[in-house]
Design a protein around this ligand. Sequence first.
Ligand code: SAM
Length: 275
Amino acid sequence: MELWYTEKQTESYGITAKIKETYVHEKTEFQELAMIETEEFGTMLVLDGMVMTTDKDEFVYHEMVAHPVLFTHPNPKHVLIVGGGDGGVVREVMKHPKVEKAVLVDIDGKVIEYSKKYLPQIACELDNPRVEVIVNDGFMHIHDHKDTYDVIMVDSTEPVGPAANLFTRGFYQGIYEALKADGLFVAQTDNPWFKAELIASVNRDVREVFPIVRVYGANVPTYPSGLWTFTVGSKTYDPLEVDEASIPEIATKYYTPRLHKAAFALPKFVEDLIK
Ligand code: SAM
């Protein structure tokens, strides 16, 4: 018998992948968690029926969360990752020798535990001595830490369940206060095909808090529509003013110094959303 996993991305559309094996399917304290083996994408982490990451295409998202902001800040010593319990963003952050300490705050310890077991090539830096892993609500952590971080990365689930608070103006204000005087942040902000309103409203909220706001995109095949957006809010440094020639080549599969600014060139219908 063939088993297929389907993520309903709207009420009438979804993506589907053939399942080889189901390793985990349980309700944690915060969400429904599944770890499945698929033929096309390898191991897949699914939370509340939404694909979080897969072996095959994880590098796109994780590199594109970490490198654009880390190569924009001239001295990113202290980094916070909100969410990101699979460890993929931490793995990319650890490629930056200037980072002295990265703090990862995920609300769900089960995501961390199962990622270490079933996604070891993604979770491989979670035990690095430069990394501190905290199981807590990112919203609380942000509000308890003022003037602390150079760079904050929000690698959260979609704005439902435990992540609903992470897409609010109050959260962006908290991030502003948790950042040092020249800090910047990036958040994953979903896709412009099915979540156009979300991208527009996040953009409005971040603009009310940060003087510099930029949006860039990347292609992630297992995320709804494939076209994913990321929103940057910055106090001082503009990712578009980075001298690409000064960015060192590091071991990546998607991000390159050439792509640094190119990723900010958006299709017209996405530009129109954030005018
Ligand atoms: N890359 C994925 C995507 O865009 O689909 C998201 C990655 S997944 C690792 C996101 C993580 O955010 C989950 O592990 C979840 O537990 C965590 N999360 C959700 N709400 C949170 C909150 N309020 N504080 C901290 N972590 C949260």
